[in-house]
Design a binder for this molecule. Structure first.
Ligand code: SF4
Ligand SMILES: [Zn+2]
Length: 313
């Protein structure tokens, strides 16, 4: 999707040396920490580019994923970066991700104007970013990078994480709503990513013990509804693992309908599209939020209750 139009996109996934932060332990929800490589050379990367070029059919939107930061010279050296821009120079838009520490005025000056940089801000709360996510930078650093990108005439997409570790459902909603407000000051697009529990992560260990539940899709609907029309940035969400136990989910019966409503809204930006058919689990979700707040817990209350019942049988 680009400027509110549906356009074809090409996705190029590059195997690079991986995220520098992941090598130091990484973020609590990120599976890349266990999958980092080393010794990937410029020649390897050029070969990957060549393979992707053969498949490129002139799609207007090119997304490049590197499992880290495209602007980190250790992942994508400058000569490879330039070759990529030359190859996809005719695209309307090239999207890639970068941590803020690699975004400098000098680097921005070398990028073509059809670039969108995705920033993984995750949360605007410094404590949540530090303790729950272990992001390794502050919200202010992300904001500064966003402002610089805008000043350089490029576009910003910001990713926010819905329901980081240790937050209960209600707090997660409030965190995401405040983060949208914060990010809208420097973002053209804001994508809300509900946690998808990835293998070999801290969040997976805690989830397996029953002390974490990925967010309800109702929570995502609430965040989008509360922010729709109130910020200039386009709001979107495409929950990976949506409707599964590891991803954002409801009761199982209404999940696909709710996911479709989120998809429709992400395209139209029309709040009416968020009106998914309601389901009886909406009441459970509301009650659960009250219970969690009353008990002061962020663990998976429903699973604990189910376990207790099973033991009592
Ligand atoms: S979430 Fe991004 S910054 Fe964090 S470890 Fe993974 S790739 Fe690196
Ligand atoms: Zn339901």
């Amino acid at each position: 999707m680009s400027s509110g139009r549906t356009v074809d996109a090409m996705v190029m996934i590059m195997r690079t040396n991986g995220c520098a932060w992941a090598k130091k332990g990484g973020c609590t929800m990120c599976g890349y920490a266990s999958a980092s490589l080393s010794g990937v050379t410029s020649e390897d990367l050029m070969w990957q580019l060549e393979q992707a070029s053969k498949k490129y059919a002139g799609e207007p939107f090119v997304k490049i994923y590197t499992s880290g930061s495209f602007l980190d010279g250790n992942e994508i050296p400058k000569d490879v970066r330039d070759a990529i821009f030359e190859r996809f120079g005719s695209a309307e838009r090239i999207l890639f991700e970068s941590r803020p520490e690699f975004i400098t005025k000098e680097v921005l000056g070398t990028l073509p104007k059809n670039v969108t940089i995705a920033l993984g801000l995750e949360s605007s709360d410094p404590e949540i970013l530090k303790v729950s996510i272990k992001k390794g930078f502050t919200p202010e650093e992300s904001k500064k990078a966003g402002m610089m990108i805008k000043k350089a005439g490029l576009t910003v997409r910001t990713y926010l994480l819905l329901k980081p570790l240790y937050l209960n459902e209600r707090d997660a909603i409030e965190d995401a709503v405040s983060s949208v407000r914060f990010a809208s000051e420097f973002s053209d697009e804001i994508s809300i990513n509900p946690v998808n529990v990835q293998k070999f992560t801290l969040i997976e260990r805690i989830w397996k013990k029953g002390d974490y539940r990925p967010p309800w899709l109702w929570s995502l609907i609430e965040v989008l509804s509360r922010c729709a029309g109130k910020v200039n940035a386009r709001l979107m969400s495409s929950p990976s693992g949506g409707g599964t136990q590891r991803g954002a989910h409801n009761c199982g019966e209404c999940d696909s309908g709710v996911l479709k409503a989120i998809e429709r809204f992400s395209f139209s930006q029309n709040i009416k599209d968020l009106n998914a058919d309601t389901c009886r689990c909406r009441g459970t979700w509301s009650l659960l939020m009250e219970t969690e707040t009353m008990l002061g817990t962020a663990s998976d209350v429903m699973r604990s209750v189910d376990n207790e019942l099973a033991i009592g049988k």
